[in-house]
Design a protein around this ligand. Structure first.
Ligand code: 5AD
Ligand code: SF4
Length: 451
């Protein structure tokens, strides 16, 4: 259908939402919508929301307040605006959203994006808000259109591909099992088809996404089950696909065959995001993580034995209910032992409906703030020192976007660092050796070396 209307999508949160927003845009192209960057020009505005931490829902309500003025302004010019809330806040809040924000026309959970055009049509014909937050039995991936053959984007070198969704782990702090539902893995064939399409469109690096990606267990071509390691080995054979990554993992699913894949597959980048959340075993048990601090360190040692230069990244929570000063020290201790190249750290934030939200001995905010500051100082020091250790090395860099300066491109090292270099525009989308000359806390810069 030729586009006659415009859609503006604002994405919050994780890479899964980035991927979902792209797929929503593609599904909507079938309904006659072309993307726009300007909400005041949009016939359809979608907030793709995140519910993982902080006052996510409150932020959505205040954004909806701003959108109400846009909708009213456009109505004065006789233009209709459909306002939709998608993502995890939509899933968690459901009807409550239209009750609190009557400006909203459509609330749609992550499992129903393939029905977007139908849901919008239903809202238009009934003139009533539509709320769709069921977990339907059918496979949303099957209904979403295949990615456009040559996406008109400025950086096509690297792409996300969702292979697994949902989570059965039920960590006591986390809303994901409630907002994204039970674990579901796509088939190897469906993933391979999408990967081949991406590569044909110029993609060189694919990051496999899943809330618990290393618990992946999809159907293989023989009717059996493929592990993430099987899937990686399979995809590594695709010609033209030069880099593979996956995120995000759980220590319990870091199986021997996955560790071996890090040893065997040159295309699997030496970078692993492996959250450990907390160091003290009592806290880990209360979080329902089902691993100890020592077990985490053991996994790290085995991965490093398989791939010596692997860069590790992690997620850490401070101030989980009941966490004492001593228990927090155990978190710092793990950080000191592992030495992370990169990390995300958060103050514990009670999520309604999760077991930890009603646990006793919630940690006071000032204590959380102080712990987070100490932790982040240590993590920043480790990240800077990891980056500094790259100076003088020649790293293969996949150039994926224009730098701020004319004649400069920005790409990624194998360790996921941003690397800036003076480079001809024709090197975009290619992997080029760069000698690292300078390192900052968040990026590197260097000079192109002849291959
Ligand atoms: N409070 C703080 N951090 C959280 N995370 C998930 N839920 C919460 C919460 N309630 C963090 C975890 C997870 C990352 C995606 O977000 O560290 O790994
Ligand atoms: Fe949330 Fe834990 Fe599942 Fe990760 S493993 S999505 S933290 S419940």
């Amino acid at each position: 259908m030729a586009p006659t209307k415009k859609v503006f999508i604002k994405t919050y949160g994780c890479q899964m939402n980035v991927y979902d927003s792209e797929r929503m845009a593609e599904a909507l192209a079938g309904g006659g919508y072309a993307p726009t960057d300007a909400p005041d020009n949009a016939d359809l505005i979608i907030l793709n929301t995140c519910h993982i931490r902080e006052k996510a829902a409150e932020k959505v309500y205040s954004e909806l307040g701003r959108l109400r003025s846009i909708k009213e302004e456009r109505a004065r010019a006789d233009q209709e605006t459909v306002i939709a809330v998608a993502g995890c806040v939509a899933q968690a809040e459901g009807d409550e959203i239209v009750r609190r924000a009557p400006v909203v026309d459509l609330v749609v959970g992550p499992q129903s994006y393939h029905q977007l055009n139908t849901l919008i049509a239903r809202n238009r014909t009934t003139a009533r808000p539509v709320v769709e937050t069921e977990f339907p039995e059918d496979d949303k991936f099957r209904h979403l259109p295949a990615r456009a053959p040559a996406p008109a984007r400025t950086h096509t070198a690297s792409a996300f591909l969702t292979v697994q969704e949902g989570c059965d782990k039920f960590c006591t702090f986390c809303v994901v099992p409630y907002t994204r539902g039970a674990e579901y893995s796509r088939s190897v064939a469906a993933i391979e088809e999408e990967a081949r399409r991406l590569v044909a469109a110029g993609v060189r690096e694919i990051t496999l996404l899943g809330q618990n990606v290393n618990a992946y267990h999809g159907e293989n071509s023989k009717g059996g089950t493929a592990s993430l390691a099987d899937l990686l080995r399979h995809l590594a054979a695709i010609e033209g696909l030069e880099r593979l990554r996956y995120t995000t993992s759980h220590p319990r699913d870091m199986s021997e065959d996955l560790i071996a894949a890090h040893r065997d597959l040159a295309t699997l980048m030496p970078y692993l995001h492996l959250p450990f959340q907390a160091g003290a075993d009592r806290v880990l048990a209360a979080m329902n993580r089902k691993h100890t601090g020592a077990e985490y360190l053991d996994i790290v040692a085995r991965i490093r034995a398989a791939r010596a230069d692997i860069a590790l990244s992690t997620d850490i929570i401070v101030g989980f209910p009941g966490e004492t000063d001593e228990e927090f020290e155990a978190t710092l201790d793990i950080v000191r032992k592992v030495r992370f190249a990169q990390a995300y750290s958060f103050k514990y934030s009670p999520r309604p409906g999760t077991p930890a939200a009603t646990m006793e001995r919630q940690v006071p905010e000032p204590v959380k703030i102080a712990r987070l500051a100490r932790l982040q100082a240590l993590l920043e020091e480790q990240q800077s020192s990891f980056n500094a250790g790259c100076v003088g090395r020649v790293l293969p860099v996949l150039f994926e976007r224009q730098g701020r300066r004319e004649g400069q491109l920005i790409g990624r090292s194998p360790y996921l660092q941003s690397v800036h270099a003076d480079a001809a525009p024709g090197l975009m989308g290619r992997i080029i050796p760069v000698e690292i000359a300078k390192a900052g806390p968040n990026s590197l810069s260097g000079v192109i070396r002849a291959a």
